[in-house]
Design a protein around this ligand. Structure first.
Ligand SMILES: [Zn+2]
Length: 221
């Protein structure tokens, strides 16, 4: 299992910066919501529905709001999210936040993929407020994603934010686009990992991380 997830990392060649630094319109303007609602009304008509029937009258606006929520990560940035929650500390040993649930949207089908994420780092005189790690996961998850890139963006953002000796991120997810369409596999899950610094160089450190997150595996997804 480890070899497989590592292979995902090593083969991954995603331009993470281009996405994580992209600055989307910070305004959640009513005009944008209206345009998105109109588009959803068109989709309803296109699939053969009557957008005016009672049950659907408010659906375009609700769908537009849901889409805005699920893509709110475009309107957030790492510095804004972390604020001043970085502390000088002579911490020693791996810090892990395990079982962070996340919900994202696959950029190929606009269908959800969701699961659990484990984030670990090896501090170098600096630690980060623990609650910021799930927030970091959410920020990148709430964009159109592929799981491989999402994993790397979380790891790179943490690396950039506190320059630890190493970062390790592993994600396990179920993809609706594989479950409800295409190959229709309901019980498969997709694992991805990204290991940086000491976790990449030192097999013992990497093993310690994977051993520590391993017990959670059975409860995933
Ligand atoms: Zn997909």
């Amino acid at each position: 299992m480890r070899a497989r997830t590592d292979r995902v990392v090593l083969n991954g060649d995603w331009d993470t910066r281009a996405y994580s630094e992209r600055d989307m319109d910070a305004e959640r303007c009513p005009g944008g919501l209206k345009r998105l609602s109109d588009m959803y009304a068109q989709i309803l008509a296109e699939v053969g529905e009557d957008p005016q029937r009672e049950g659907l009258v408010k659906t375009p606006e609700r769908a537009a709001q849901a889409m805005q929520f699920m893509t709110q990560g475009y309107r957030q940035s790492v510095p804004e999210l972390l604020g001043d929650a970085v502390y000088e500390e002579d911490a020693d040993g791996i810090v892990i936040v395990r079982d962070v649930e996340f919900y994202s949207l696959c950029e190929h089908h606009l269908l959800p993929f969701f699961g659990k994420c484990h984030v670990g780092y090896l501090p170098d005189k600096r630690i980060i407020g623990l609650s910021k790690i799930p927030r970091l996961v959410d920020m990148f998850a709430r964009r159109l994603q592929v799981q491989e890139r999402l994993t790397q963006q979380i790891a790179n953002a943490l690396q950039d934010a506190i320059a630890p000796l190493g970062v390790a991120v592993v994600m396990e997810a179920a993809h609706m686009c594989m479950m409800v369409r295409g190959v229709e596999k309901q019980h498969s899950s997709t694992l991805s990992s990204c290991v940086l610094g000491a976790f990449r160089r030192d097999p013992a450190t990497r093993k310690e991380f994977f051993d520590l997150v391993q017990p959670a595996r059975s409860a995933l997804v």
